[in-house]
Design a protein around this ligand. Structure first.
Ligand SMILES: [Zn+2]
Length: 284
């Protein structure tokens, strides 16, 4: 089948009480690991690329890989731009076949974030893609975006209510205690805040920086209304650790297929476990 707008996947997830995994890729091996895992679990999936990934691989390659994957499988997949900040690039992504974009205006004043997001939602309704926005600031580093712990702040439920009414976004990323990148300790999620936000906005919520969040906390977040869980750091970690281990055991190996093949397998296995955790197995 072809790529579907992310909103379809998230609405089904919300109705049925599970979350769809959104997994970042910037090369063919990781994309294949995501697709293989989703197929094995018969699960919907969100293929996700950041501005940094697009800069690395090229927009045409990123889009072509996802479209090809969708054509060769029967599971529903969306192609999503993670943390879009550049409106020109957002438009290029839509033209290239992305079925969803995140506009990250979390650094802007509330009114301005809402105004730009509103314009994007108007455009998305004509062009047939979905829009995710962010309120509050999630700490840590996600490719080009870096937010210190001092700059980070949690999503305010009242502001979230205003923002969603003003903009009509399909999904809202919330800051409730997760962070991008590797955690130094175990993150503490603010579940009462999450519950409050959900009671006000009533649209699918998105959890960023979910690598390293304990499984029970992910389950609780999904129960409270998170319908999209972003995973990037876990993939980088398992992929690189597997490559490193292989090279230590086989220092003379020069064939990239032999070096990256086991890393692809390990990433697929980890992603399958995440899909099971999110509850989206057999929901394709
Ligand atoms: Zn993020």
């Amino acid at each position: 089948m072809s790529l579907v707008p992310m909103g379809y996947l998230l609405q089904a997830a919300e109705k049925d009480g599970y979350a769809v995994g959104a997994f970042n890729y910037s090369n063919m091996e990781i994309l294949q690991a995501i697709v293989r895992a989703a197929q094995a679990e018969n699960s919907p999936v969100i293929l996700q690329a950041s501005e940094g990934a697009i800069k690395y691989a090229g927009l045409a390659y990123i889009a072509a890989l996802a479209k090809l994957a969708a054509q060769h499988t029967s599971i529903p997949m969306a192609l999503h731009l993670d943390h879009g900040t550049d409106l020109e690039l957002i438009e290029q992504c839509v033209q290239a076949g992305f079925t969803s974009i995140m506009f990250d205006g979390s650094h802007l004043p509330l009114q301005e974030n809402a105004a730009v997001t509103r314009r994007l939602v108007d455009f998305s309704q004509r062009a047939g893609f979905s829009v995710e926005a962010e309120l509050g600031r999630i700490s840590g580093t996600e490719d080009k975006i870096s937010v210190s712990e001092k700059e980070a702040f949690f999503t305010d439920p009242e502001e979230a209510g205003f923002f969603v009414r003003e903009t009509g976004v399909d999904a809202l990323a919330v800051a409730v205690g997760t962070a991008h990148g590797l955690y130094r300790g175990v993150p503490e999620l603010d579940f009462p805040r999450l519950e409050k936000i959900k009671s006000v906005v009533k649209i699918p919520l998105v959890l960023h920086g979910s690598s390293g969040v304990p499984d029970d906390d992910i389950r609780e977040a999904v129960r409270l209304g998170v319908c999209k869980v972003n995973i990037d750091t876990n993939i980088r970690e398992v992929f690189t650790v597997t490559v490193r281990k292989f090279m230590e055991a086989n220092p003379g190996e020069i064939d990239p297929r032999k070096i990256m093949g086991p890393a692809r397998d390990a990433a697929a296995e980890m992603i399958r476990e995440k899909i099971r955790l999110f509850g989206s197995s057999r929901k394709a």
